[in-house]
Design a binder for this molecule. Sequence first.
Ligand SMILES: C[S@@+](CC[C@H](N)C(=O)[O-])C[C@H]1O[C@@H](n2cnc3c(N)ncnc32)[C@H](O)[C@@H]1O
Length: 310
Amino acid sequence: MTELIEILTSNQGKLDSWILKNKIDAYRLYDRELEKFPAAIDIYLKKAHIQIYEDDSTANEDLLIEQIGVAVERVLGIPKKEQYFKSRRRQKEGAQYEKVASEKERFVIKENGAKLIVNLKDYLDTGIFLDHRKTRTLVKDEFAKGKERMLNLFSYTSSFSVVAAKAGVRFTTSVDMSNTYSDWSRDNFQLNALEKFNHIAIRENVQVFLENMKQSWRFDLIVIDPPTFSRSKKMPVPFDVQKDHPFLINHCLDHLNQDGLILFSNNFQKFKLNGDAINTDNVQDITKNTIPEDFRNDKIHKCFLIKHSK
Ligand SMILES: C[S@@+](CC[C@H](N)C(=O)[O-])C[C@H]1O[C@@H](n2cnc3c(N)ncnc32)[C@H](O)[C@@H]1O
């Protein structure tokens, strides 16, 4: 445990001035640096969200929780009652969005000029993906500039839409298959005083949404951030990002204004963009510019900027 305490202390020391300078409310402190402690530790204000990456070889999980809990309290002064532990089974298809409790312990963090509701207790994920903090900054500072209409696919709680709207995008449409996350998106819009007729959340399977979208609909900015794999009763066939990304991107190109841009991202570590199947040659891999300071794993996501061919 001494080793864990040392690494938490050192990581926190390296991040301290960045946190202060950038007024960071939520950040990743630790990401499986020690084999004995297969966990990711994220700090949200004065609370800790701790995901244990379980597999069949994970040693005594209760002991792991006890030791990590003590280390987090020792280094950050965050007491046990403000530590939220989750078990994350490796690659269990379709399980990543399961509900784990229902106590509705929500609070608000600030990021990129937006207020975002988080919940460390009820779901495996918290309401915000921290690995996309820098991507959201790019949306705010560059991609949303001068844009009027945005489409956000697989929007989750719609943090990309909120940030874009705060940066001046007038109309946003956010699509997610989950009722819970669509409601959460609407709460985020309301919290940020975004007009509800201009910023809408639609609960729908993205594949169905794209196939039924009115021919005339056009967008200036489209964000596509799908899961690696998803399966649900609401979908006739499972979604697989490696197989299905050309379908998504080509449909979006059909609805993208001439000067518009698509931001396409995913978390599949072995992902290869199928350039031959995509109807443009104007694709830029911007992954390097989107890995935040607090993420030491630069394979956390892949990110591409896609435009119409020149
Ligand atoms: C990786 S998360 C998106 C994260 C989000 N872009 C963000 O930055 O906060 C994937 C989301 O896709 C949704 N989802 C999965 N399969 C879907 C589908 N076929 N159609 C619509 N939404 C889907 C899940 O409910 C989840 O909210």
